[in-house]
Write a protein that binds this ligand. Structure first.
Ligand code: HBI
Ligand code: FE
Length: 284
């Protein structure tokens, strides 16, 4: 252990978390007693600001499930959430020191365990953090794990990740994670809503992703998505829209091996590229 994981693109900073306390599989204990009053207050203020702007912007499935996180005035105990989550979908959350390498990450997802970082940002980082913290991981990711179809999709993603690792296609598959689980948009009753955790945990990107005329929004299409690079340090320039979580789940039913083969040698799209290519990818 103790190795700095290189994920979400390259970084020259050491990760913030203490990886020495993690087990072989990168999980550790949530040291709930160690949170300060200021930590709980930061969580509470983030929760309030973000929950206030969900109506009209966030997926209804997310809004409905959010109260299942329990406490909002303080950082919840993960064990408490797990009592409800296990019953709802058989998922549980496990504590990690921060970002972990891809294979152990996929391994956890494939076993219906979602890794949640336990530390919280400092007050001076209230609006922007460079690494996911407990607010992003819990508030952003965990509510939809109460949705059976979405929860099954995330498990499938983990299984697909283990396979992609064997095939050397992690980068391609990571883009699917990025443009769905992190930055996905969904059409609900004709209206655009956010379901990606990176959007839902960001005060600025939530209204931007749904309403700004700046970014382009394309229907989710596997090959296009897996060819599109992404930005980790700015709002997205391209979002991909799904019609239902069922659609997302059904997309992952097929074997991706031929897709990875088809992707070899095909040019990639820049994060904001708007032109369809000769292969005929859709671009409405
Ligand atoms: N680790 N804790 C954590 N959280 C993530 O979201 C995460 C990760 N490691 C790898 C990773 N995401 C990405 O590489 C995705 O492509 C899967
Ligand atoms: Fe995330």
């Amino acid at each position: 252990m103790g190795q700095a994981p290189v994920v979400y693109g390259q970084s020259d900073r050491p990760p913030r978390g203490d990886y020495a306390r993690a087990r072989e599989d990168y999980t550790c204990e949530q040291n709930w007693q160690a949170y300060s009053a200021q930590d709980h207050d930061t969580y509470h203020r983030l929760y309030q600001r973000q929950s206030a702007q969900l109506p009209g912007l966030a997926s209804q499935a997310f809004i409905d499930a959010l109260p299942l996180l329990g406490a909002k005035e303080c950082i919840p105990r993960f064990d408490d959430i797990n009592q409800r989550l296990r019953r709802a979908t058989g998922w549980e959350i496990v504590t990690v020191p921060g970002l972990i390498p891809e294979v152990p990450f996929f391994q956890l997802l494939a076993n219906r365990k979602f890794p949640v970082t336990d530390w919280i940002r400092k007050p001076e980082e209230f609006d922007y953090i460079v690494e996911p913290d407990v607010f992003h991981d819990l508030f952003g990711h965990v509510p939809l794990l109460f949705n059976p179809v979405f929860a099954d999709y995330v498990q499938r993603y983990g299984e697909g990740g283990l396979k992609a690792a064997r095939l050397g296609a992690c980068e391609q598959l990571s883009r699917l994670y990025w443009y769905t689980i992190e930055f996905g948009l969904i059409r609900e009753g004709g209206a655009l809503r956010a379901y990606g955790a990176g959007i839902l945990s960001s005060a600025g990107e939530l209204p931007y992703s749904v309403r700004s005329p700046q970014p382009q929004r394309l229907p989710l299409e596997l090959l296009r998505t897996m060819r599109t690079r992404y930005k980790i340090d700015s709002y997205q320039q391209t979002y991909f829209i799904i019609d239902s979580f069922q659609q997302l789940f059904d997309l992952t039913e097929q074997d991706f091996t031929p897709l990875y083969q088809a992707l070899q040698g095909q040019p990639e799209f820049a994060a904001g590229a708007s032109m369809p290519d000769a292969a005929g990818t859709t671009n409405p």
